[in-house]
Design a protein around this ligand. Structure first.
Ligand SMILES: Cc1cc2nc3c(=O)[nH]c(=O)nc-3n(C[C@H](O)[C@H](O)[C@H](O)COP(=O)(O)OP(=O)(O)OC[C@H]3O[C@@H](n4cnc5c(N)ncnc54)[C@H](O)[C@@H]3O)c2cc1C
Length: 524
């Protein structure tokens, strides 16, 4: 049976960050995910780089962590961060006194903020409502969660980490209070393999209680569903927050070519099977339009939801802590199992550092964490390339980070590699084929995470044939199942926004796919 120093379960941003941290310390590492990378909360969040301001009043510890980690991420992962800056704004209906608490909270937590007068705020962000009564500038930004997670994974791999998606942990054997084998099923082949780990790190997010239960351990967790809506186009330049105690429908994030509004917070009994509802979408559109009136006329192209793995202490929903906790199961009977729960995308690096410190103690590795200083991915240098639009190059660089030059090389050298397959997101055929060849991609939904193909306003209406054609260039057969799973996945997020203009667009898309291309969408 193969042996590794550390086995990490769950390749969301936390697991990916741990794999990179431990690989940098010289440990032998295996990272497994039952689905694709980023298939949990790390692929379904708001993508907000928290300055800490949102938690400054109620959760000062989280605010401090966010403030310091956001600054670290700007240095170590500039390719995946957009420094939009942020504004917290209040409306006449909001509690006027909250602004003073906010100022004090930010001051105490070391969160950089400055009050700006309403006219200046409108100059900074012209999309804001003229009803706004007070505004504060903060150092919020937006993160590409896919790029950040995959960037950590690639870096870990370059240092020898074994990283496999579609490998589900199905059993854990314990002998004499110590895990001596972890069994996992490769979903591609159906075979069950085993590995002997020195330490097992449970980074399975909302699914981590299930992993702990495999060895009879209890893990307290609040599974909290949050819904988000993607709007066509960038409706604002800056990240906009409502200046009031954190509530639903507070945040508007400009992200790539779209705007993401959200979110909600509801306890759910299971991490699986959650979908955005029509009433959540209607609520989010109405609430965020109070701050940015243009939202009322915008086209919602998609909705999605994710599940937060929250520490139950501090009450439910919005009052639950956004802090994280490392749980050493040695004290409850399993010496070499450690779980991590809670936290945020913004604080993943710190979570990874803390759990890796404990893992290193257990395997007697004395090397120290270096992730706060060493870059995951610089923003690549972009030179003009004949036949490729500058914007396509810029987007390719921001999605691929340190892999940019390799991806570009494929676009330039492959036949028709420079062809734009997805015109909404400006994704090139060569880029798609690069990721198909890497071997991690199992279906077109996996391609979406790596390239953003089909993520734009047509949601696959026009690029479907291009994806099939690009896939045929690699596989030589018509990979129709690639497309069916992709369309079904996209459709899950579309059923709750089928009104007005979007309904017309979807009818048009259905006609194109069914009547013109002859492709069936089963979930429709
Ligand atoms: C709606 C929403 C909005 C959010 N917005 C923000 C934000 O704007 N900014 C921010 O900083 N944070 C935000 N967060 C929080 C952030 O997304 C999460 O804290 C973070 O992504 C958690 O990452 P993770 O790796 O711990 O968990 P996950 O990303 O959920 O990863 C867990 C992984 O474990 C895998 N797994 C499960 N069971 C098994 C098994 N048996 N074998 C192998 N693998 C398994 C899953 O497939 C999954 O990929 C948001 C969260 C939600 C839900």
């Amino acid at each position: 049976m193969p042996k590794v120093d550390v086995l990490i379960i769950g390749a969301g941003v936390t697991g990916a960050g741990i794999a990179r941290d431990l690989s940098m310390r010289g440990a032998s590492v295996m990272l497994l995910d039952r689905g694709d990378f980023c298939s949990g909360a790390s692929g379904s969040n708001h993508g907000m780089l928290h300055s800490g301001a949102r938690y400054a009043v109620k959760d000062p510890e989280s605010a401090k962590e966010c403030a310091s980690e956001a600054n670290i991420l700007r240095k170590i992962a500039p390719a995946f961060i957009e420094d939009t800056g942020g504004l917290f704004v209040s409306l006449p209906e909001d509690d006027f006194g909250f602004a003073e608490k906010f100022k004090r909270g930010c001051n105490n937590a070391g969160v950089d903020t400055r009050e700006v007068d309403v006219a200046e705020a409108r100059e900074m962000e012209p999309s804001l409502s003229s009803d706004m009564v007070r505004a504060f500038w903060v150092d919020d930004g937006s993160i590409d969660p896919f790029g950040l997670t995959l960037g950590n994974i690639e870096d870990a791999r370059s240092m020898g980490a074994k990283v496999r998606n579609y490998c589900e942990v199905v059993g854990i054997d314990v002998d004499d209070y110590t895990i001596d084998a972890v069994r996992f099923k490769d979903q591609r082949t159906g075979t069950v393999e085993s590995v002997t780990p020195g330490v097992v790190l449970n980074a399975a997010g909302a699914w981590s209680p299930g992993i702990a239960a495999m060895v009879g351990q209890k893990l307290p967790l609040r599974i909290d569903k949050g819904t988000l809506v993607v709007l066509n186009g960038r409706l604002c330049k800056m990240l906009v927050n409502r200046l009031r105690p954190p509530a639903d429908g507070d945040i508007v994030v400009p992200s790539h070519s779209s705007t993401i509004i959200g979110t909600t917070s509801n306890g759910v009994s299971s991490a699986d099977g959650n979908i955005p509802t029509e009433s959540e979408v209607t609520f989010l559109l109405r609430e965020t339009a109070k701050v940015i009136p243009g939202i009322a006329n915008a086209r919602a192209v998609r909705a999605y939801c994710g599940v937060r793995p929250l520490i139950p202490a501090g009450g439910g929903g919005r009052s639950a802590s956004r802090n994280f906790r490392i749980i050493d199961h040695a004290s409850t009977g399993v010496y070499n199992l450690v779980s991590v729960i809670g936290g945020k995308l913004t604080t993943y690096r710190l979570m990874a550092e803390k759990i890796s410190d404990l893992a290193c103690e257990k395997i007697n590795n004395r090397n120290r964490c270096r992730t706060a200083k060493e870059t995951i991915s610089e923003m690549p240098t972009i030179d003009p390339v004949p036949g490729i639009h500058d914007l396509a190059l810029l987007r390719m660089a921001k999605k691929n980070g340190s892999e940019y030059q390799n991806v570009l090389e494929q676009c330039v050298s492959l036949p028709r590699g420079k062809e734009e397959v997805c015109t909404c997101e400006r994704v090139l055929r060569g880029e798609i084929q690069y990721h198909l060849r890497k071997g991690d991609v199992r279906n077109a939904s996996d391609l979406v995470k790596r390239t953003r193909v089909g993520m734009g306003y047509c949601q696959g209406g026009f690029c479907t044939l291009g994806i099939i054609s690009a896939a045929m260039g690699v596989y030589k057969t018509a990979p129709i199942e690639y497309i069916e799973s992709f369309l079904n996945e996209r459709n899950k997020g579309i059923s709750s926004i089928l009104v007005g203009e979007q309904l017309r667009q979807e009818m048009f898309k259905a006609h194109l796919l069914r009547s013109v291309y002859g492709i069936r969408e089963e979930s429709r």
